[in-house]
Write a protein that binds this ligand. Structure first.
Ligand SMILES: [Zn+2]
Length: 294
């Protein structure tokens, strides 16, 4: 089996913030040194209708017209980028479900975005848009695993909102190392705060406590690298810890025979940690997904 990984050069905005700039660097790493089993593919862009399955239609229209959303200083280039990168998540979801295997997108999950507004550099919540697409395609239970350094409060609020509309099949397990965008845990969205010393133990416990994993139809994995000690995270979370985390996620999912769609999330360069260093961390997600599913 191959792991299709969706990427479009439209994802990136030259000179944009790392969240929208790094995908081209990760794609270059994957092209320069291909990974066996990883196959880069062009996604179809999301439509306003795809996004409005989750977000307020007026907000969606204002983003599409260039009036709202973060990075609007980049004008129409930003609109093309946000629709391409959201489309990448949806394409990965569709591919994972249709093959009952694994797929990825080099776009980010954007877990802080709310129903009718952007937040924390996130305009549209690709994780929930992808989950909603899976439900529309017949999935009954979708688990969002969010291991970005920050909590996914935007995702939790959107899951809650969909529940009020009778869509109850989406749940979240969130392990963070920061309280940013924290939310109270519920039966459908659990937020753990770990630190650098108990990080893998917390990941292990969080996966272990997922009820009846065999009944999950799709896992959407928000593979943040900002937990890494040099990419914005906690001391003690090194590259080998990140690799072990990815191994744990994909072997847990493979063991339960679950389709997985993974996406990039946080991970930030600094004076001593370059964008290539961040991209090399994201490459680990591709490597470990191919090892388990390729
Ligand atoms: Zn983050």
């Amino acid at each position: 089996m191959t792991v299709p990984v969706f990427y479009s050069s439209s994802y990136s905005i030259a000179g944009g913030f790392a969240t929208v700039g790094k995908s081209s660097v990760v794609a270059r790493l994957l092209r320069d040194e291909p990974i066996d089993g990883i196959d880069l593919r062009e996604p179809r862009p999301a439509t306003a209708a795809d996004v409005a399955r989750v977000h307020d239609p007026d907000y969606v229209a204002r983003v599409v017209s260039g009036e709202r959303g973060q990075f609007t200083e980049h004008g129409s280039e930003f609109v093309v980028s946000v629709m391409a990168s959201t489309g990448g998540v949806v394409s990965a979801v569709e591919a994972a479900l249709s093959t009952r295997g694994c797929a990825g997108s080099l776009s980010s999950g954007l877990h802080h975005a709310r129903h009718d507004r952007d937040s924390g550099y996130c305009t549209f919540n690709g994780l929930v848009i992808g989950a909603r697409r899976a439900i529309d395609l017949g999935a009954r239970r979708v688990l969002i695993l969010d291991f970005d350094a920050h909590c996914g409060g935007g995702t939790a609020s959107l899951i809650e909102r969909l529940r009020l509309d009778g869509i109850t099949g989406i749940e979240q397990v969130d392990v963070s190392v920061s309280t940013f965008d924290h939310y109270p845990s519920s039966a459908w969205a659990v937020c753990w705060i770990a630190d650098g010393r108990n990080y893998l133990g917390t990941i292990d416990e969080a996966l272990d406590l997922v009820l009846d994993p065999f009944s999950i139809d799709l896992v959407i994995y928000n593979a943040g690298m900002d937990a890494h000690e040099s990419a914005g995270g906690a001391s003690g979370i090194t590259e080998s810890v990140i690799r072990e985390r990815e191994r744990m996620v994909f072997s847990w999912a493979r063991w339960h025979d679950l389709p997985v769609a993974w996406v990039l999330a946080g991970g930030y360069p600094s004076a001593t940690f370059t964008i290539d260093d961040v991209a090399r961390l994201h490459r680990i997600t591709a490597e470990e997904s191919a090892r388990a599913y390729g």
